[in-house]
Structures are given as structure tokens and as C-alpha cells.
Design a protein. Structure first.
Length: 594
């Protein structure tokens, strides 16, 4: 391969090094060339971000004959040193709030569900400590991680109890009396001050490093190389830190992306501009030199499980021609919260079908209001997202989820998928020919409002910076084409062949079935006068004539696979008007799915 001057500088370096690499800049290829340039007798450790990256990297190093390179994740390395051959039993799923309540016989009769709320905070405090570089639980202030006012009030009131139970939980695991978690053995590995027998250690995705693993890394005598992208830090909610800013190594850059061309590079660079409002002064350089024009892999990327699930439901209900879909990660995981609570159980609670609830946490609740209070006091955002899905689709959920699963293909057939669905977090390290970004990211308007309506000391600049990063990561998964909501489009970027801007103003109306249930009379065309008035009010263009320019745009977007609902929002018309125009233009014959 022909190396850039930036790559050659990295490969020639023989000191501790930070490599800040933009998306698609060939960092894996650079790492491989770096390893090839080291003496064959050198022992090299490459630390990958997750298991899938580990497997892929091991294959690539092997293909190059680099048998002196060991590939590990932080957890696989810790597992080998702590768990394998030991007397520990591993809890694959971790602990849930009701299990903590039962384990320590927690009582709290003052507040509704107070005991399980305490249990949830014990689990979160455990995760905070295990991912930190602190030596003792008392060295941390768990309140630093809490943002919601109700949650702050609850934790403040019960802090001593939560801290004590966290220490007791650690003690029970360390003694082998109860199964250990993945976070626990990583922490135990860090506290053991391990000495890793390698000449070079390459730490990938350093912008989302566990402080515990970073502590292990920096203590080693080997020559150390951290590779990452400061603008792809999106895991601080898991207590990750940007190690590129935490160590004083020599810094080099990879600024040329071979994934996408100049238009997408300009969009990606512009998407990071809001960081200047958040205090970042560093100029971002991205040169796009991607040349591929094929569109085979198409992905729909969302910020949240909720946004993705709603968009996937939209596709399978509107685009019947979509027969093969694939969800990055396990499709079932999108219907479950991280602690194992099922979407079906939230639906059963919503419908007051208490006997059908299997989840122990929800079994103790008798209303959605109780669940909402629990969510507020624990900051359990995944449950909150599930509740929104339930409110949106109600009793239709089992049917649409069944249809999604029937159309889902296995990992070995992923390349045959007509559409790939993923959250941004799960798409990390992936690339697709075309990407549609779901309208569930922080908007330009929301960002401006937050920065102008709050006092500086009340603004969480780090969290807002990560929200900007999420948009950047979504954009930079694309090789050839990006479909981006107008609400997050950076100023100065216009719609083009490579960048399709979709207007996203909400135009939802009360469903026709609800109108019928409320006894609204219809005219001869099946539409009530009341609904017509509301349509005209909400859709100023609903009854305006179509022009040749509008027809051409509709044809292009429809043939690119944009959903009826998105088209209706884009043209500020009803879904019925869009369907009628599609039929009039005879566009139903071929759909390319963007």
C-alpha cells in the first residue's frame, strides 16, 4: 500500500505516541504497518475495543504473518489473568435491582419502590467504581454522576446506605460467595498492578477508554501507542474517558479519510462546529479522498434504541418490499433494557395486565406513573425509551416486533440485507455505502436554546460535546451518501447528490381509527370536515398542486427508499397525499432503498 506522510511519521516513531485519527483514515492499516516495521522478535499487544473488532484484527494480523502480535480486549486480558483457573463464578448478565434488594434484605417503607431504587443505585455505583482508577469506593463521589434533580435528592438522602451496600457487594464477589461481574474482574485486574510482558502495546479507540484499563496501560514499561479520534468519544455515560487528552505522549495525526469523498468530509467537519460554542478551540482537519461510487450496503442509524425501533417499524409497515433486514447486535436486545426489563412487560403494565408481567421490578408496580417516578429517581433512560415506544404503538407492538424478527436475517447473511439498522454506538467501527440518519439527535435549535437559556455553571458541556460527536460518528459511517434531517444540518451545507437533506417538521395527525372511535362523522370521501380543517392548518401545502420540480424530487427520494412518513414531513403534506402522488407517477415499480 502507498503510505501518506502522516502514516510514515507514525510508523517511524519509536516513542510513546498518541495518534488522533479521523474516521476512515486507515488507522487499522497504519497499526498493521507499524507492527510490520518492528523487529520480528518483538512482542506486541494490540488492545481492541470490543470482541468483534478483536476477531477482525486478529484475522488481519494473521494474514500479514504477524504472529508476534497478540490481540486482546481489556476484558479478555483481565479475564485471562483473574478469572481463568480461579475459583470465581461469572455472572454473564450482572445484577438487577431486585436481586440486590434480596441479597442484602433492603427495606425502605418511606418511599414507593425505595428499596429497588437503592438497589439500582448500588449497581450503578459499582459500575462507576469498577471502571474508575480509584483504589477505594470512598475515593469517589457517586453524586458526581447524577444529573436529574429527583435522582440527586434521593441519592443524597440515602448516600451512606448506597455506598455501604456497594462496598458489601464488592466484598461478597471478592470472597467468591456470589458470582462476579465483568466490571469486577476488570477492576480486580487493575488493582493487582499487573506487569504485561510486551515490547509494544497498541491501544485502539483510546477516546473511549476505561480509566481502570488506562491505568494498567500507562504503568507498563513497553512503548505505548494510543490510537483514537477525539471527536468519536461517545461512551462517557459508561464512565469512559478520552485518553488522548489524559496522557502526555507525543502527538501525531491522521487527517485523510479514504472512506468518503470531499462532500461528506465537509459535512463531517461542519457538524463539529458547535464544539466551538462549547469551549473547544481545536480546528478539525478532514480531507476526504474516498472514490467508491457503489451503493450496496444501506444503513439506518439512530441515536437511541427508541428512535431506531420506531424507524424500523415504519419501514416494515410501509415498505412491504423490504424482506431482509439486519440489526447490528442482537435484534432481541432492542426490545430489552440493559437490566433485562422487557418491552412486553412495560406494555403489560401500560395495559394493566399485571398477571402477565414477568419482570420482578415491574411486578411491584400498579401504574405507569409509578414506573415514571422510578425512571426519574434512577435516571434509567432505557426504560424511559421503552415507555415511549409503548405509548406510541400500544397493542400493535407484539405484531410489529414479530414481523421485524421474521424479516431479520442471520449474521452470516448480513451482506444480503436490504437495510441494516443500528444505533450509533453499535455502528462504531462500521462503514456503509449509504446512511440515513434518524431524527432523534440533538437539534441545532435545541443546542442554541440550552446554551442561551441556562447559566454557564448549569450547562453540562461534556455531555453536549458528546451529543455533537454522535452526529459526527453517524455521518462518518457513510462512504457515498448521507440522508440527514434538516434539523441537524450544519449551516452552509446544502442538499446534493451525496448529501440529501430531509425536512423533519412533524405532521402527525390523530389516526383515522381514533377519529372513528370518537364518533367523528366523515364526508363521502372518508375524511371528516374537522380532520380536513386540521390538515389545512398543519399542512399549508397539503392541497397545493404538484410541480415538475416537486415530482422529480419526490421520485428521487422515493426511489432512494425514503419512507412515506419522512416524505410527508419533507414535503409538508399528508401521508395520503404522498401515496396518491406516488400512485399517479407510477413509482411503485422499483424501490432502491436509498
Amino acid at each position: 500500500m502507498t503510505l501518506t506522510q502522516e502514516q510514515e511519521a507514525i510508523i517511524a516513531s519509536d516513542t510513546d505516541l498518541i495518534v488522533n485519527a479521523v474516521a476512515g483514515s486507515g488507522k487499522t492499516s497504519t497499526i498493521i504497518e507499524y507492527a510490520k516495521a518492528r523487529p520480528s522478535e518483538s512482542k506486541i499487544l494490540y488492545m481492541a475495543f470490543n470482541k468483534s473488532v478483536r476477531v477482525d484484527a486478529a484475522r488481519k494480523f494473521s494474514e500479514k504473518g504477524l504472529n508476534n502480535v497478540t490481540v486482546e480486549t481489556a476484558h479478555s486480558l483481565a479475564f485471562r489473568h483473574v478469572v481463568r483457573g480461579g475459583n470465581f463464578k461469572l455472572s454473564q448478565a450482572g445484577y438487577r435491582p431486585h436481586e440486590i434488594v434480596e441479597l442484602f434484605s433492603i427495606l425502605n417503607e418511606e418511599e414507593k419502590h425505595g428499596a429497588v431504587i437503592i438497589g439500582k443505585h448500588v449497581i450503578q455505583f459499582l459500575s462507576y467504581f469498577c471502571n474508575s482508577d480509584a483504589e477505594r469506593v470512598k475515593d469517589l463521589n457517586y453524586l458526581d454522576t447524577i444529573k436529574d434533580p429527583k435522582a440527586i435528592g434521593f441519592v443524597t438522602k440515602h448516600y451512606n446506605q448506597i455506598e455501604l451496600l456497594t462496598r458489601l457487594l464488592l466484598k461478597e464477589m471478592d470472597s467468591g460467595k456470589i458470582p462476579i461481574t465483568h466490571d469486577f474482574y476488570l477492576k480486580k485486574f487493575q488493582l493487582s498492578r499487573p506487569v504485561l510482558d510486551y515490547d509494544y502495546i497498541l491501544f485502539d479507540e483510546g477516546q473511549d477508554a476505561s480509566p481502570a484499563m488506562l491505568d494498567v496501560f500507562v504503568r507498563q514499561k513497553a512503548i505505548k501507542v494510543i490510537v483514537g479520534d477525539s471527536n468519536q468519544q461517545i461512551y462517557s455515560w459508561r464512565f469512559a474517558v478520552n485518553s488522548l487528552e489524559k496522557v502526555a505522549f507525543k502527538k501525531l495525526n491522521l487527517t485523510t479519510s479514504f472512506r468518503f469523498g470531499p462532500e461528506i468530509a465537509a459535512l463531517a467537519k461542519a457538524s463539529l462546529r458547535p464544539k466551538k460554542l462549547l469551549g473547544s478551540e481545536a480546528e478539525v482537519y478532514i480531507v476526504g479522498k474516498g472514490t467508491s461510487d457503489q451503493v450496496r450496503t444501506k444503513a439506518v442509524l439512530a441515536r437511541t434504541n427508541l428512535g431506531l425501533l420506531l424507524k424500523a417499524i415504519e419501514y416494515v409497515t410501509e415498505k412491504k418490499e423490504v424482506e431482509r433486514i439486519y440489526f447490528e447486535g442482537n435484534i432481541s436486545s432492542y426490545a430489552y433494557a440493559e437490566d433485562g426489563t422487557s418491552l412486553y412487560d412495560v406494555l403489560n403494565l401500560y395495559q394493566k395486565k399485571y398477571a402477565r408481567i414477568k419482570d420482578k421490578l415491574l411486578q411491584g408496580m400498579r401504574s405507569i406513573e409509578e414506573l415514571e417516578e422510578y425512571i426519574e429517581k434512577t435516571e434509567e433512560h432505557q426504560l424511559g425509551m421503552m415507555l415511549e415506544v409503548v405509548k406510541e404503538y400500544g397493542s400493535a407492538i407484539p405484531k410489529v416486533l414479530k414481523e421485524l424478527k421474521e424479516k431479520h436475517i442471520g449474521t452470516d447473511e448480513r451482506h444480503k440485507a436490504q437495510l441494516i439498522f443500528s444505533t450509533v454506538h453499535r455502528s462504531k467501527g462500521m462503514e456503509y455505502d449509504a446512511v440515513q440518519i434518524v431524527d432523534d439527535f440533538i437539534t441545532n435549535e435545541q443546542m442554541e436554546k440550552l446554551l442561551t437559556s441556562k447559566k454557564q455553571e448549569d450547562i453540562d458541556f461534556a455531555r453536549l460535546g458528546e451529543e455533537v460527536n454522535l452526529i459526527y460518528v453517524a455521518i462518518t459511517r457513510a462512504k457515498n451518501k448521507v440522508f440527514i434531517p434538516a434539523s441537524i444540518l450544519p449551516e452552509g451545507i446544502k442538499s446534493s447528490e451525496k448529501i440529501r437533506v430531509l425536512k423533519t417538521k412533524s405532521t402527525s395527525l390523530v389516526p383515522q381509527s381514533i377519529s372513528e372511535a370518537n364518533g367523528v362523522k366523515k364526508d363521502g370521501k372518508g375524511q371528516s370536515e374537522e380532520v380536513k380543517k386540521r390538515i389545512k392548518a398543519k399542512h399549508k401545502k397539503a392541497y397545493e398542486p404538484w410541480t415538475n420540480i416537486l415530482d422529480k424530487e419526490l421520485e428521487e427520494l422515493y426511489n432512494d427508499g425514503v419512507t412515506i412518513k419522512d416524505l410527508a414531513n419533507h414535503f409538508n403534506r399528508t401521508t395520503g397525499a404522498i401515496r396518491a402522488r406516488i400512485k399517479h407517477l407510477a413509482l411503485n415499480e422499483e424501490i432502491k432503498y436509498f
